[in-house]
Write a protein that binds this ligand. Sequence first.
Ligand code: ADE
Length: 408
Amino acid sequence: MKSKIGLGKEEYLWAKNRMPILTNLVRKYSKNRILGDFNLGMCLHITKETAVLVMGLAEVGARISLCAANPLSSKENVSEFLRYHNSNVDIFVNRQDDIDSFYNNMDKVLDTNPQIVTDDGAELHKKAVYRDQSFVGGTEETTSGVNRLRRLSNEGLLSYPVIAVNESLMKQLLDNGHGTGQSTLEGIINTTGIIVASKRIVVCGYGWVGKGVARCARGLGAKVTITEVEPLKAMEAFFDGYEVDELEKLLSINDIFITCTGQINIIGREHFSKLKDGAILCNAGHFDVEIDVRYLDRIYPRHYEPKPNVTCYTVNDALGKSKRIYVMTKGRVVNLIGAEGNSPEVMDISFSNQFLAIVYLSKMSSKLANRVYKPPRKLDNKLARLALSRYKIRIDKLSQEQKDYFKK
Ligand code: ADE
């Protein structure tokens, strides 16, 4: 039988072969060890794609301490492989970690005195800014994390410049849109085995992730309705051909609810008893706050797991009739816990962005203020060109006459 380390290595190689943009960047920068002796503190979902990023950063000279961005999303074979395969990587995650050790691991990462902090959700940044340590800069992978960082920045608490990698257009289009859309449906299908065609699905929130989830669900034959609070996004959803309605009206007639908002209590105590028997609830947003699972656990302590990653609660409606409600992956990111997260092809782009942002900070941070920066459009264009060439796609060029016409 293969060891966990051996299995982790195979997964790493599988991903690496599908991440040529990042691999080429690593090859290019490893010659002069561009991050030579740089200390990086990272808090990411520990997946095969993250292993490709971390091993690549080590190859260009960095020392890395890594902890998990979610208590349930770490892939054990991958963490074992990283632990034993690279002496430049310290990994702070263990299978038996509870919620306290999950947060303690972040402190252990910061104890290694990283110069650059890379995060997915800003939990590590939130700890870093209160430390009596100086950081060169930081990067942030996800929408919820960037929102938190902007709040820290507005309160004057941000003590280093941060590149919001999440706000690269390439990242939003491909990772948040296509990547999370597909992996969310994968998570639901893997975990429940249900057929999506014919299901009535509600997608809460029509940002990049909601759009991707809705597109994939519709592509698989579901009847999709969107809920929104922003009029522009609601109109966009309507003109994209979806039904748009208030959540309250949809509770009793839909089969699956997918939260993609970043907000708290999207599906909360006032909703559970109005759902139909057998309704499935899952979350694609970063934090486990969108479905009020804490309330369900408290009020219905006799819940059970009919399948791994599915919790069944029996709730009574207003007439005293009991109904089963199924919550997936404890209300945490269904795409990373119920499935393997975004595909290596998608993470090739997201993590190339991370890689370039870290390299940029290692050189430029002294010229930056302590605030949140969008990645420069130049970086997006560079990445788009690298990606087009990876897919062997050619595009046209403006003629001189056309360039001159634009200048007029
Ligand atoms: N976020 C979404 N998908 C991911 C993956 N495959 N690896 C790391 N972070 C992710």
